[in-house]
Design a protein around this ligand. Structure first.
Ligand SMILES: [Zn+2]
Length: 90
């Protein structure tokens, strides 16, 4: 299978992927998927995707608290506006 983003060859892997469904983040473990060796694009096969969406729809999942690194760009955005150095460069 070729990557839809960069058309490089994809290889089959089994492991953990993350997926956003209705703006909620899900982690799916021990699933088989295709990963692009060049850009890292990951896709599920049609059958696996159907299982995932069915399980989400039927709330057939457990909830765990995991630590995810979170970054906040508020500070940078503000600095950008007030930064005379940047304005001089523009
Ligand atoms: Zn790719």
């Amino acid at each position: 299978m070729k990557c839809s983003a960069c058309h490089m060859e994809m290889c089959n892997k089994t492991g953990e992927i993350d997926l956003r469904v209705n703006s909620r983040l899900f982690i799916i473990r021990n699933i088989s998927y295709e990963e692009c060796t060049a850009c890292g694009e990951k896709i599920l096969g049609a059958k696996a995707a159907q299982h995932v969406y069915d399980d989400i729809k039927n709330r057939n999942f457990t909830e765990e608290t995991i630590k995810i690194p979170v970054l906040d760009g508020t500070e940078w955005s503000r600095q950008k506006g007030n930064n005379p150095g940047l304005n001089e460069r523009l």
